[in-house]
Design a protein. Structure first.
Length: 279
Protein backbone atom coordinates (compact mmCIF):
# COMPACT_ATOMS: atom_id res chain seq x y z
CA UNK A 1 0.00 0.00 0.00
CA UNK A 2 0.90 3.70 -0.19
CA UNK A 3 1.50 3.88 3.56
CA UNK A 4 3.92 0.94 3.60
CA UNK A 5 5.77 2.31 0.57
CA UNK A 6 6.08 5.63 2.36
CA UNK A 7 7.55 3.93 5.43
CA UNK A 8 10.06 1.99 3.32
CA UNK A 9 11.09 5.16 1.51
CA UNK A 10 11.45 6.97 4.85
CA UNK A 11 13.65 4.19 6.29
CA UNK A 12 15.83 4.09 3.17
CA UNK A 13 16.27 7.88 3.07
CA UNK A 14 17.06 7.96 6.79
CA UNK A 15 19.66 5.21 6.36
CA UNK A 16 21.20 6.99 3.36
CA UNK A 17 21.52 10.27 5.25
CA UNK A 18 22.94 8.44 8.28
CA UNK A 19 25.66 6.93 6.06
CA UNK A 20 26.40 10.35 4.56
CA UNK A 21 26.66 11.87 8.05
CA UNK A 22 29.17 9.21 9.09
CA UNK A 23 31.25 9.74 5.95
CA UNK A 24 31.27 13.50 6.48
CA UNK A 25 31.90 13.33 10.23
CA UNK A 26 34.74 10.78 10.04
CA UNK A 27 37.49 13.12 8.73
CA UNK A 28 36.42 15.84 11.18
CA UNK A 29 36.52 13.49 14.17
CA UNK A 30 39.77 11.92 12.98
CA UNK A 31 41.34 15.36 12.59
CA UNK A 32 40.06 16.45 16.00
CA UNK A 33 41.59 13.47 17.79
CA UNK A 34 44.76 13.75 15.70
CA UNK A 35 45.27 17.27 17.04
CA UNK A 36 45.88 15.72 20.48
CA UNK A 37 48.61 13.41 19.18
CA UNK A 38 52.20 13.83 18.07
CA UNK A 39 52.18 15.32 14.57
CA UNK A 40 54.90 13.13 13.10
CA UNK A 41 53.23 9.99 14.37
CA UNK A 42 49.93 11.03 12.79
CA UNK A 43 51.62 11.65 9.43
CA UNK A 44 53.43 8.31 9.59
CA UNK A 45 50.44 6.19 10.63
CA UNK A 46 47.62 8.29 9.17
CA UNK A 47 44.46 9.56 10.80
CA UNK A 48 42.06 7.02 12.26
CA UNK A 49 39.58 6.53 15.07
CA UNK A 50 41.65 3.67 16.49
CA UNK A 51 42.75 5.75 19.45
CA UNK A 52 45.39 5.25 22.09
CA UNK A 53 44.34 7.70 24.81
CA UNK A 54 47.59 7.17 26.71
CA UNK A 55 49.44 9.00 23.93
CA UNK A 56 47.01 11.90 23.69
CA UNK A 57 47.99 15.29 25.15
CA UNK A 58 47.44 19.04 24.89
CA UNK A 59 50.99 19.89 23.80
CA UNK A 60 49.93 20.89 20.28
CA UNK A 61 47.41 23.43 21.56
CA UNK A 62 49.82 24.67 24.22
CA UNK A 63 52.33 25.31 21.45
CA UNK A 64 49.64 27.00 19.35
CA UNK A 65 48.88 29.48 22.15
CA UNK A 66 52.43 29.73 23.50
CA UNK A 67 53.11 33.16 21.99
CA UNK A 68 56.30 32.07 20.20
CA UNK A 69 57.17 33.16 16.68
CA UNK A 70 55.15 30.41 15.01
CA UNK A 71 52.17 31.15 17.22
CA UNK A 72 52.32 34.88 16.43
CA UNK A 73 52.44 34.15 12.70
CA UNK A 74 49.50 31.79 13.00
CA UNK A 75 47.24 34.33 14.69
CA UNK A 76 48.38 37.03 12.28
CA UNK A 77 47.17 34.81 9.42
CA UNK A 78 44.03 34.06 11.41
CA UNK A 79 43.27 37.77 11.80
CA UNK A 80 43.92 38.36 8.09
CA UNK A 81 41.40 35.65 7.20
CA UNK A 82 38.79 37.07 9.57
CA UNK A 83 39.14 40.60 8.17
CA UNK A 84 39.14 39.42 4.56
CA UNK A 85 36.10 37.21 5.12
CA UNK A 86 34.12 39.94 6.88
CA UNK A 87 34.78 42.53 4.16
CA UNK A 88 34.09 40.02 1.38
CA UNK A 89 30.76 38.91 2.85
CA UNK A 90 29.45 42.44 3.46
CA UNK A 91 30.44 43.79 0.04
CA UNK A 92 29.35 40.68 -1.86
CA UNK A 93 25.90 40.68 -0.28
CA UNK A 94 25.33 44.38 -0.98
CA UNK A 95 26.61 44.30 -4.57
CA UNK A 96 24.75 41.10 -5.48
CA UNK A 97 21.55 42.33 -3.82
CA UNK A 98 21.41 45.54 -5.83
CA UNK A 99 22.36 43.77 -9.08
CA UNK A 100 19.55 41.26 -8.51
CA UNK A 101 17.20 44.11 -7.60
CA UNK A 102 17.96 45.96 -10.83
CA UNK A 103 17.63 42.85 -12.99
CA UNK A 104 14.31 41.95 -11.38
CA UNK A 105 12.50 45.21 -10.81
CA UNK A 106 13.24 47.27 -13.91
CA UNK A 107 12.61 46.64 -17.60
CA UNK A 108 15.34 47.72 -20.00
CA UNK A 109 16.90 46.61 -23.25
CA UNK A 110 18.94 43.42 -23.13
CA UNK A 111 17.64 42.67 -19.61
CA UNK A 112 17.19 38.98 -20.33
CA UNK A 113 20.50 38.77 -22.17
CA UNK A 114 22.39 40.38 -19.27
CA UNK A 115 20.84 37.95 -16.81
CA UNK A 116 21.81 35.11 -19.15
CA UNK A 117 25.41 36.35 -19.11
CA UNK A 118 25.36 36.41 -15.30
CA UNK A 119 24.14 32.82 -15.15
CA UNK A 120 26.55 31.75 -17.90
CA UNK A 121 29.52 32.75 -15.76
CA UNK A 122 28.60 29.88 -13.43
CA UNK A 123 29.60 27.48 -16.22
CA UNK A 124 33.12 28.90 -16.57
CA UNK A 125 35.73 27.25 -14.31
CA UNK A 126 37.84 29.62 -12.24
CA UNK A 127 41.01 28.10 -13.70
CA UNK A 128 40.08 29.59 -17.09
CA UNK A 129 39.52 33.06 -15.61
CA UNK A 130 42.54 32.95 -13.35
CA UNK A 131 45.13 34.34 -15.77
CA UNK A 132 42.95 37.16 -17.19
CA UNK A 133 41.96 38.17 -13.65
CA UNK A 134 45.57 38.16 -12.54
CA UNK A 135 46.55 40.40 -15.48
CA UNK A 136 43.66 42.73 -14.67
CA UNK A 137 44.56 42.97 -10.99
CA UNK A 138 48.20 43.61 -11.89
CA UNK A 139 47.31 46.34 -14.42
CA UNK A 140 45.09 48.04 -11.82
CA UNK A 141 47.97 48.09 -9.35
CA UNK A 142 46.09 46.24 -6.62
CA UNK A 143 48.29 43.13 -6.55
CA UNK A 144 49.33 42.14 -3.02
CA UNK A 145 46.32 43.96 -1.53
CA UNK A 146 43.00 42.89 -0.05
CA UNK A 147 41.24 44.74 -2.85
CA UNK A 148 42.96 42.48 -5.37
CA UNK A 149 41.49 39.43 -3.63
CA UNK A 150 38.01 40.81 -2.98
CA UNK A 151 37.03 42.84 -6.06
CA UNK A 152 37.16 40.10 -8.76
CA UNK A 153 34.70 37.92 -6.86
CA UNK A 154 32.14 40.47 -5.68
CA UNK A 155 29.52 39.68 -8.34
CA UNK A 156 28.77 36.05 -7.56
CA UNK A 157 26.32 34.65 -10.12
CA UNK A 158 24.81 32.13 -7.69
CA UNK A 159 24.28 34.84 -5.07
CA UNK A 160 22.61 37.15 -7.61
CA UNK A 161 20.38 34.31 -8.79
CA UNK A 162 19.43 33.41 -5.22
CA UNK A 163 18.50 37.01 -4.35
CA UNK A 164 16.45 37.28 -7.53
CA UNK A 165 14.14 34.49 -6.38
CA UNK A 166 13.05 36.56 -3.38
CA UNK A 167 11.95 39.71 -5.18
CA UNK A 168 8.28 39.93 -6.22
CA UNK A 169 8.01 42.74 -8.75
CA UNK A 170 4.49 43.56 -7.56
CA UNK A 171 5.99 45.25 -4.50
CA UNK A 172 7.72 47.80 -6.73
CA UNK A 173 4.40 48.94 -8.19
CA UNK A 174 2.72 48.86 -4.79
CA UNK A 175 5.51 50.94 -3.26
CA UNK A 176 5.31 53.52 -6.04
CA UNK A 177 1.55 53.81 -5.64
CA UNK A 178 2.05 54.45 -1.92
CA UNK A 179 4.52 57.23 -2.78
CA UNK A 180 7.64 55.43 -1.63
CA UNK A 181 10.94 56.43 -3.20
CA UNK A 182 13.11 54.00 -5.16
CA UNK A 183 15.55 53.96 -2.25
CA UNK A 184 12.73 53.25 0.19
CA UNK A 185 11.41 50.38 -1.90
CA UNK A 186 14.81 48.73 -2.26
CA UNK A 187 15.98 49.24 1.33
CA UNK A 188 12.88 49.54 3.51
CA UNK A 189 10.52 47.18 1.70
CA UNK A 190 12.56 44.66 -0.24
CA UNK A 191 15.51 44.15 2.13
CA UNK A 192 13.39 42.91 5.06
CA UNK A 193 11.71 40.41 2.72
CA UNK A 194 15.08 39.07 1.60
CA UNK A 195 16.46 38.55 5.12
CA UNK A 196 16.49 34.73 4.72
CA UNK A 197 18.46 35.15 1.50
CA UNK A 198 20.93 37.48 3.22
CA UNK A 199 21.44 34.99 6.06
CA UNK A 200 21.82 32.00 3.73
CA UNK A 201 24.21 33.74 1.37
CA UNK A 202 26.21 35.17 4.29
CA UNK A 203 26.96 31.63 5.47
CA UNK A 204 27.90 30.38 2.01
CA UNK A 205 29.98 33.46 1.16
CA UNK A 206 31.78 33.26 4.52
CA UNK A 207 32.60 29.59 3.95
CA UNK A 208 33.82 30.27 0.43
CA UNK A 209 35.98 33.22 1.45
CA UNK A 210 37.42 31.53 4.56
CA UNK A 211 38.38 28.37 2.67
CA UNK A 212 39.61 30.14 -0.45
CA UNK A 213 43.29 29.51 -1.04
CA UNK A 214 44.18 29.56 -4.74
CA UNK A 215 43.28 33.15 -5.61
CA UNK A 216 44.69 34.77 -2.42
CA UNK A 217 47.87 32.75 -2.93
CA UNK A 218 48.25 34.30 -6.40
CA UNK A 219 47.57 37.85 -5.22
CA UNK A 220 49.40 38.06 -1.89
CA UNK A 221 53.19 38.13 -1.87
CA UNK A 222 54.04 39.31 1.64
CA UNK A 223 53.97 36.78 4.47
CA UNK A 224 52.32 39.35 6.72
CA UNK A 225 49.28 39.44 4.39
CA UNK A 226 48.79 35.69 4.02
CA UNK A 227 45.46 34.17 4.97
CA UNK A 228 45.28 31.21 7.32
CA UNK A 229 45.05 28.64 4.53
CA UNK A 230 48.15 29.99 2.76
CA UNK A 231 50.04 30.33 6.03
CA UNK A 232 49.34 26.75 7.10
CA UNK A 233 50.52 25.56 3.70
CA UNK A 234 53.87 27.30 4.23
CA UNK A 235 54.46 25.08 7.27
CA UNK A 236 55.18 22.21 4.86
CA UNK A 237 58.66 22.79 3.45
CA UNK A 238 61.58 20.61 2.25
CA UNK A 239 63.60 21.87 5.22
CA UNK A 240 61.22 20.94 8.01
CA UNK A 241 57.54 20.41 8.67
CA UNK A 242 55.71 21.77 11.70
CA UNK A 243 53.06 19.06 11.82
CA UNK A 244 52.04 19.79 15.39
CA UNK A 245 51.09 23.38 14.62
CA UNK A 246 49.60 22.40 11.25
CA UNK A 247 47.17 19.84 12.67
CA UNK A 248 46.12 21.82 15.75
CA UNK A 249 45.94 25.05 13.74
CA UNK A 250 43.79 23.42 11.07
CA UNK A 251 41.26 22.23 13.63
CA UNK A 252 41.21 25.60 15.39
CA UNK A 253 40.70 27.22 11.99
CA UNK A 254 37.38 25.41 11.58
CA UNK A 255 35.95 27.19 14.63
CA UNK A 256 34.71 30.47 13.04
CA UNK A 257 32.80 28.76 10.24
CA UNK A 258 31.42 26.16 12.64
CA UNK A 259 30.13 28.89 14.96
CA UNK A 260 28.58 30.84 12.07
CA UNK A 261 26.86 27.74 10.77
CA UNK A 262 25.52 26.64 14.17
CA UNK A 263 24.09 30.11 14.81
CA UNK A 264 22.55 30.65 11.38
CA UNK A 265 21.74 27.11 10.24
CA UNK A 266 18.02 27.74 10.79
CA UNK A 267 18.16 30.73 8.45
CA UNK A 268 20.08 28.69 5.89
CA UNK A 269 17.39 25.99 5.82
CA UNK A 270 14.55 28.54 5.85
CA UNK A 271 16.21 30.49 3.06
CA UNK A 272 16.67 27.46 0.85
CA UNK A 273 13.10 26.21 1.34
CA UNK A 274 11.51 29.67 1.02
CA UNK A 275 13.29 30.28 -2.27
CA UNK A 276 12.14 26.88 -3.52
CA UNK A 277 8.43 27.55 -2.90
CA UNK A 278 8.35 31.17 -4.01
CA UNK A 279 5.10 32.24 -5.61
Amino acid sequence: TMESNHKVASVLSTGLFAILCVLIAFPLLAGFFASFQEGREVVMKGMSLNLDFSKMHLDNYKYLFSGNEDSRKYFMWYKNSLILTLITVVLTLLVCYFIAYGLTMYKFKLQGFLFFLVIATMCVPFEILMLPLYNEVTSLGIINTRAGVILPGLCGASTIFFFKQYMPKELLDAGRIDGCTEYGISVKIMMPITKPAFASMAILCAMGSWNNMLWPMLVFRDTSKFTLQIGLNTLLTPYGNNYNLLIAGSMFGILPILIIYLIFQRYLIDGMTSGAVKG
